[in-house]
Design a protein around this ligand. Structure first.
Ligand code: NSS
Length: 435
């Protein structure tokens, strides 16, 4: 229909008074009067109010037919109007319905009624301005992770999703029927493959799904999540924590500068994010236990920290906080014992502030073959399942460290969301695998 080029709505909003433009998108809102119809059209860049008047019979009729979520093409002239969203309005000359929408199931009352309903219609809810804002922040988070690692000399690598042994304990393994062969699982973490790859590339990272058969439904667990993992030869725990700190600061500052509008739309208190600057406080696990006991938690040295404990700890801090030196039994077998205190490990978790809790787990790995073999046995695992992993300690072993960042939890915290499900386009948990 339209001979002139289509513009993004964000671009159309900055046009001159009287300028003739064409846009395309979806009907977001509609208000009908006797002699005029307001259609608010959205595209991926924003929303614009379009006004169809009765004196243009053809356009008016099309506007009348256009239902919420119909896809349309519109041509007209820009008029500045401070009452309209974005400060201008498009006076419709021509309007074409490209795809007429059936009555849209997501109405205002449906949104208020139940979040389960919105999960069932996630394929439609994804169009909401809220989800669109979250997805844009998520895009910036992923992009800035890539930018950060590249700028630090890390190579991007890919690890398999079908694996034959547990990284993070057998309880949360998903077994797969792999041509009837036993003991094939979905990966819980790419870590062991990244450890292989440091022997050629030294510094590697990947962003990939990880799978955990999490049987409980919590606000911060998914069965499939996106894991940004890094591994570096010759790196110790202190360097690792500095790397993590720099990564998080880079991501947060990029989101603050590129996604201010989206954070505003989500109602995020950006002041809290502006405080995220190095250095992050570092708290020994021993001190964390003392603080928790003082706060009245029934917790003993040796217990792992759950979400309630992490929430209580992070409430005292404005920045993300490292908890380091977890006891051996709180951490997976590959964590290196602290030479000066073998009952604890050279590990550190990073907890996001404002009650969000753990977003990163990492530390130094055992590089000595015998120590690793003993640990595997002590944890009740079968060394046969870890033959190739043990080989890395036989052929030119090297001190090394790495970490895994849960990107969905990170997005949840940055956006200030109540539930991790909101941070992911198509969340998977014990109940949800559809749509
Ligand atoms: O289990 S972790 O603490 N550590 C690892 O998997 C290491 N193998 C990573 C590594 O060193 N390469 O998980 C790391 C992070 C954790 O801090 C969370 O942010 C996230 O992965 N994570 C999850 N996010 C969402 N849902 C679930 N179930 C989940 N489990 C871990």
């Amino acid at each position: 229909m339209i001979p002139i080029e289509f513009r993004a709505i964000s671009d159309a909003l900055s046009s001159e008074e009287g300028e003739r433009i064409a846009i395309r998108g979806w009907v977001y809102r509609k208000r009908e009067f006797k002699d005029k119809i307001f259609l608010v059209i959205r595209d991926s860049s924003g929303i614009i109010q379009c006004l169809a008047r009765k004196d243009n019979q053809k356009a008016f009729e099309e506007a009348r037919k256009a239902t919420i979520e119909s896809s349309v093409e519109v041509e007209g002239c820009i008029k500045k109007d401070p009452r309209a969203p974005g400060g201008c309005e498009l006076k419709v000359d021509e309007l074409k319905i490209v795809g007429l929408a059936a009555p849209f199931p997501i109405t205002k009352s449906a949104v208020d009624a139940s979040s389960d309903f919105l999960l069932d219609v996630r394929h439609l809810w994804i169009r909401s301005r809220r989800m669109t804002a979250i997805l844009k922040v998520r895009d910036t988070v992923f992009r800035s992770i890539h930018d950060f690692f590249r700028s630090r000399g890390f190579y991007e690598v890919q690890a398999p999703m079908f694996v034959t042994a547990a990284v993070e304990g057998g309880a949360s393994l998903f077994k797969v029927d792999y041509f009837g062969r036993r003991d094939v699982y979905l990966t819980q973490s790419s870590q062991f493959y990244l450890e292989v790859l440091i022997y050629s590339l030294e510094r590697v990272y990947t962003i990939a799904p990880s799978f955990r058969a999490e049987k409980s439904r919590t606000r911060r667990h998914l069965t499939e999540f996106w894991h940004a993992e890094a591994e570096a030869a010759w790196m110790d725990l202190n360097e690792l924590m500095r790397l993590e700190e720099d990564l998080i600061c880079h991501i947060v500052s990029t989101v603050l500068s590129e996604r201010a509008e989206e954070l505003g739309l989500l109602g995020r208190n950006v002041k809290a994010l502006e405080l995220v600057e190095p250095p992050f406080p570092r708290l020994a696990y021993d001190e964390a236990i003392e603080i928790l006991q003082e706060k009245g938690f029934d917790i003993q040295w040796g217990d792992d920290l759950g979400s309630d404990e992490e929430r209580a700890l992070t409430m005292d801090f404005e920045k993300p906080v490292f908890i380091y030196g977890y006891p051996e039994k709180c951490k997976a077998f590959y964590h290196k014992p602290d030479p000066s205190r073998p009952e604890i490990t050279l590990s550190a978790d990073l907890l996001a502030p404002e009650g969000y809790g753990e977003i990163i787990g990492g530390g130094e790995r055992i590089e000595n073959l015998d120590v690793l073999l003993d640990k595997i046995k002590k944890f009740g695992l079968d060394p046969k399942d870890y033959e190739w992993y043990l080989d890395l300690r036989r052929y030119g072993t090297v001190p090394h460290s790495g970490f895994g960042l849960g990107t969905d939890r990170l997005v949840m915290w940055i956006c200030g969301l109540q539930h991790i499900r909101e941070a992911v386009p198509f969340p998977r948990d014990i109940r949800k695998v559809y749509p």
